[in-house]
Design a binder for this molecule. Structure first.
Ligand SMILES: NC(=O)c1ccc[n+]([C@@H]2O[C@H](COP(=O)([O-])OP(=O)(O)OC[C@H]3O[C@@H](n4cnc5c(N)ncnc54)[C@H](O)[C@@H]3O)[C@@H](O)[C@H]2O)c1
Length: 340
């Protein structure tokens, strides 16, 4: 039987998710919730036979749905999660799933009460190069991990609907919107740090660039994330992990993107699980570059099919990532380390 999905918010990320659902077997996009005409125009390119609506409630009155996939501006996530949970629907929500701890806890309580599946779009946990690093760390081949840095840098995003990304109370800036990916991956790999210490650069009241040190025993960990680059600069995600006997380096601006240098050997490309997936929908072609976006949604849908709740990018894990980034913001604001 086909799993029926409604995408709530059909902007940049809603359309990314649509491409993935179109590539998944036995998944059908049955509804789009977005009150803005641009969304209807965008959806026309995808050839959906979906019901359009301006609210989750009115969509659910018209169409049977299994999954509510929330790709709204971040300040609208919590209410949408509660509405979807109260309707008994499984929920995938883009990151960050809330802007405050109170909103996050309210959302998770509704999910818990409803007993539905819930996963957050912390896609780096599913990104092939980052998964290769995780597997290498777990294998123990390189010895102990001694240092790790990650970075995520971008031109100022100019596309967001009603400029919500650059409205601090709607997004909390690059710290919460962009940099949370690396914080979340650090927590996934290494657990909770003892403390964080951050410095940053604010634009219009929110951090547009943040540098953080994460305090762990015997591992030096740092990350930076910023979207204050010139318009044509583009986007880069990168990391460097130094082990006792190896270095692994990832840079999305190079091809190949992943390299390893082991002991006294030459630096070589490091193999990782590449996707080779054809889209079945009107956006036909290879969608392999959707990487983590494909993997995270494929995993979520598979869990629903099998009745197994998500174990990666869960609500409680995403709550810890949110808590850590909020501590980073506090650290930069107060110019002191924050103990976690
Ligand atoms: N995982 C990632 O790599 C990644 C990348 C980009 C964005 N995101 C996240 O995805 C979410 C959406 O970001 P985006 O870049 O797609 O933003 P966007 O502005 O491109 O899209 C938001 C969409 O929501 C719609 N919308 C606004 N108010 C609405 C309402 N009340 N009801 C229904 N629809 C409404 C808008 O019309 C728009 O189509 C954010 O939480 C963002 O942080 C995640």
């Amino acid at each position: 039987m086909k799993i029926r999905v409604a995408i709530v918010g059909f902007g940049f990320m809603g359309q990314m998710h649509a491409k993935v659902y179109q590539a998944l077997e036995n998944v059908e996009i049955v509804g789009i919730v977005d009150p803005f005409p641009a969304a209807v125009e965008a959806a026309a390119q995808y050839g959906f036979h979906a019901t359009f609506s301006s609210s989750i409630e009115s969509l659910l009155n018209q169409t049977a749905v299994d999954i509510i996939d929330i790709c709204l501006p971040t300040d609208l996530h919590a209410n949408a999660i509660v509405t979807a949970a109260q309707a008994g629907k499984h929920i995938f929500c883009e990151k960050p799933f809330a802007l405050t701890i109170a909103e996050a806890e309210r959302s998770l309580a509704a999910v818990e009460t409803a007993g539905v599946h819930f996963q957050v779009g912390q896609c780096i946990r599913f990104w092939p190069e980052y998964q290769a690093l995780e597997a290498y760390l777990k294998s123990g081949q390189g010895g102990r991990l001694t240092s790790l840095w990650l970075q995520r840098r971008a031109s100022k995003p100019g596309y967001s609907q009603e400029n919500w990304l650059h409205t601090p109370h709607r997004s909390k800036g690059a710290a919460l919107d962009l940099h949370i990916h690396d914080t979340d991956f650090i927590l996934h790999l290494l657990g909770k740090p003892h403390a964080v210490h951050s410095i940053g650069h604010k634009v219009d009241g929110a951090y547009a660039h943040l540098f953080t040190q994460y305090h762990y025993d015997q591992i030096a960990v740092t990350a930076q994330g910023g979207w204050d680059y010139p318009a044509k600069w583009g986007f880069q995600m990168a990391f460097q992990a130094v082990f006792e006997h190896a270095v692994i380096e990832m840079d999305s601006l190079t091809s190949p993107s992943l390299h390893i240098t082991q002991n006294d050997q030459e630096r070589v490309a490091m193999p990782f699980a590449k996707l080779n997936i054809k889209s079945h929908g009107p956006t036909s072609g290879n969608i392999s570059d959707l990487g983590g976006y494909y993997n995270e949604l494929a995993s979520f849908v598979e869990g629903i099919r099998k009745g197994i709740k998500p174990s990666i990018a869960t609500g409680p894990q995403a709550l810890e990532s949110l808590r850590t980034v909020l501590a980073e913001i506090q650290s930069a604001d107060e110019n002191r380390s924050i103990i976690l």
